[in-house]
Design a protein around this ligand. Structure first.
Ligand code: F6R
Length: 610
């Protein structure tokens, strides 16, 4: 997804901006560009493709200015191309703009600019409209021109702007797209994401919606939409740039798979009081509210949605409240039954997924109490929620989500346990035992990784060339099979499909052929026999069966080509373990197929468009 980096100071802005853009590469992008103010002019360089292309284009150009903005673009309006890449300039090239998001009324603004101001457009982007709009309002005061322009714009945006006539200034505005300002010594920074700036600064301002930030080498001032200066507390970033490096693993995805025991341990223990009860920091929901909920919606996208599927199962079981799980892009358009007795749970790693954010706002508008499960501290979803349960996964760089998913699951268990205990649907003994069982998971997961990674790598070398793969399971295993299937397809590009095992015979089984790979999950003791029957159904049609089962449940071996065992544990918490062999399988298959694992094609880490 698009990334913004800007610098104003006394160093060479180009070098710092290019370095920052590289640190945002993980977000996915299709072109990159940079503009600096130099000798009263704007110098612009932009190129389709990777940042290396941009660096080649810049070559030995004397871009030595201390003020500039840069961008990595992920196409929304107009195909990836040199012309559509950001920054964009106004007509006489005196204003440069980079933009993340979408300007919804860009067509009408474009018509107005052509009709009333004779503007000639060079690109197909909505962003170019912003540059011209600021240009027509500009009379030597960049803040004023930007204020005038944004008052005419509708949509979601984070923009950063420089002007040839104001060489030591960057003006940036945020509305529904992330933006931060980094505070340096004799220099300041603007960026869409913290990792872009970690090498340079640890102190930042989180810019809020509808705020403008004005940066010079010696000051950072934030203004609200009424042009009043606002005070902002400094946010100290506690993780360093190293946390965002691969630490010896071949890929970020593998590193992040191995970070799951730690992430789970942190997510669990940071939420526990000394007496073993769940700590409610950041949660202001009262006992009466929890007792009064008549319905819960869990809303999210992709992998986070799959965590919601497990959440439904757990919360319904523990707290005895009906839970509906919905993909965020559907929820907001179907007039859901939400009222003040509804709890809305948003799950999001990035906290910036626009569909999830829009669904959250719709639920709020209808009176729901909003609890979010978020990984990125200070993100939009977190800020707009009544209560936040943070996952302690740390920065997730690989586009394919792994440790965010398992830590989201951990939050589902904690939320279910807390609500169940408060509502009196589980007793203290059950609650304590459940938490004790969760405490065993980090070590069991280490064990599972140590025992299985080599086996799965070997299996992948044998199975990597399958054209389609099915994932089946029952109950919680069915929810996990959706995640296993998504992992495989998104990084290996194999056509994979997940279906509840009992549903297979109602149509999909028609696709079984000799050699078809079926990954079966059979970790639920009470459904084990039923799963064995489903496995026999596909085996009878010649399927190659790779099964995941609990240690000790060896009857499955008679019906499977291979079995991967996860450590034994109570049925309800197997998803925390069973998903890991599936993540490893996707990883090693994609590696065998020579895929770009950390940056799969067509995908972005943070999806901030609808
Ligand atoms: C898949 C993946 C995506 C995200 C989805 C939601 O591996 O990463 O499906 O889970 O785009 O993103 P967040 O959790 O940031 O809202």
């Amino acid at each position: 997804m698009c990334g913004i980096v800007g610098y104003v100071g006394r160093e060479n802005a180009r070098e710092i901006i290019i370095d920052g853009l590289k640190r945002l590469e993980y977000r996915g992008y299709d072109s990159a560009g940079i503009a600096v103010v130099q000798n009263g002019k704007i110098l612009l360089r932009k190129h389709v493709g990777g940042i290396a292309n941009l660096e080649n284009l810049i070559g030995d150009d004397p871009m030595t200015s201390g003020t500039g903005i840069g961008h990595t673009r992920w196409a929304t309006h107009g195909a990836p191309s040199d012309l559509n890449a950001h920054p964009h300039l106004n007509g006489d090239g005196t204003i440069a703009v980079v933009h993340n998001g979408i300007i919804e009324n860009y067509v009408e603004l474009k018509e107005m600019l052509v009709r009333d101001h004779g503007v000639v457009f060079r690109s197909e982007t909505d962003t170019e409209v912003i540059a011209h709009l600021i240009g027509v309002h500009y009379n030597g005061d960049l803040e004023n021109a930007v204020y005038e322009a944004v008052s005419e714009m509708r949509g979601a945006y984070a923009i950063s702007v420089i002007a040839a006539a104001e060489p030591e200034k960057i003006v940036a505005v945020r509305k529904d797209a992330p933006l931060i300002a980094g505070l340096g010594q004799g220099c300041n920074f603007i960026a869409s994401d913290i990792p872009a700036l970690l090498k340079y600064v640890k102190e930042i301002y989180l810019i809020e919606n509808n705020e403008m930030v004005v940066l010079t080498p010696d000051s950072v001032k934030i203004y609200d939409e009424n042009r009043q200066e606002v005070h902002r507390d400094v946010f100290h970033v506690t993780w360093d740039a190293d946390a965002a490096e691969k630490e010896g693993y071949d890929h970020f995805m593998l590193k992040e798979i191995y970070e799951q025991p730690k992430g789970l341990y942190e997510t669990l223990t940071r939420r526990l009081n000394e007496d073993g009860t769940i700590k409610l920091d950041g949660i202001s929901m009262t006992k009466e509210e929890i007792e009064g909920f008549t319905k819960i919606y869990i809303v999210a996208c992709g992998t986070a949605y799959h965590a919601g599927l497990v959440g439904k199962y757990i919360i319904e079981k523990l707290a005895k409240v009906p839970v509906e799980v919905d993909v965020a892009s559907e929820f907001r358009y179907r007039d859901p039954f939400v009222d003040d007795k509804t709890l809305f749970i948003a799950i999001s790693q990035s906290g910036e997924t626009l569909d999830t954010l829009a669904a959250l706002r719709e639920a709020k508008r209808k009176g729901a109490r909003v609890l979010s499960v978020v990984n990125v501290v200070g993100s939009s979803v977190a800020r707009e929620s009544d209560d936040v349960f943070y996952t302690w996964a740390g920065p997730e760089i690989a586009v394919a989500s792994t440790k965010a998913y398992t830590t989201q699951l951990m939050c589902m268990y904690l939320i279910g346990l807390h609500m169940g205990y408060v509502r009196g649907t589980i007793n203290r003994e059950y609650y304590d035992q459940f938490i004790a069982d969760l405490m065993t998971i980090p070590d069991k997961l280490k064990d599972c990784l140590a025992k299985n990674a080599g086996i799965i790598e070997g299996l992948s070398k044998m199975l990597y060339n399958k054209e389609q793969v099915f994932f089946i399971g029952r109950g919680l295993d069915s929810s996990v099979s959706y995640e296993g299937s998504l992992k495989l397809k998104e990084i290996s590009y194999i056509n994979s499909f997940a279906i509840a095992a009992g549903e297979l015979k109602h149509g999909t089984i028609a696709l079984m052929e000799p050699g078809t790979l079926v990954v079966t999950l059979a970790t639920q003791d009470f459904l084990y026999e039923k799963m064995l029957s489903n496995i026999q159904e596909v085996k009878a049609r010649g399927a190659h069966v790779l099964s995941i089962a609990k240690e000790g449940n060896t009857a499955i071996e008679a019906h499977s080509n291979e079995v991967i065992y996860i450590p034994a544990c109570r049925d309800e918490i197997t998803p925390l373990l069973s998903v890991v062999p599936l993540q490893l399988f996707a990883y090693y298959v994609a590696k065998e197929r020579g895929c770009n694992i950390d940056k799969p094609k067509n995908l972005a880490k943070s999806v901030t468009v609808e």
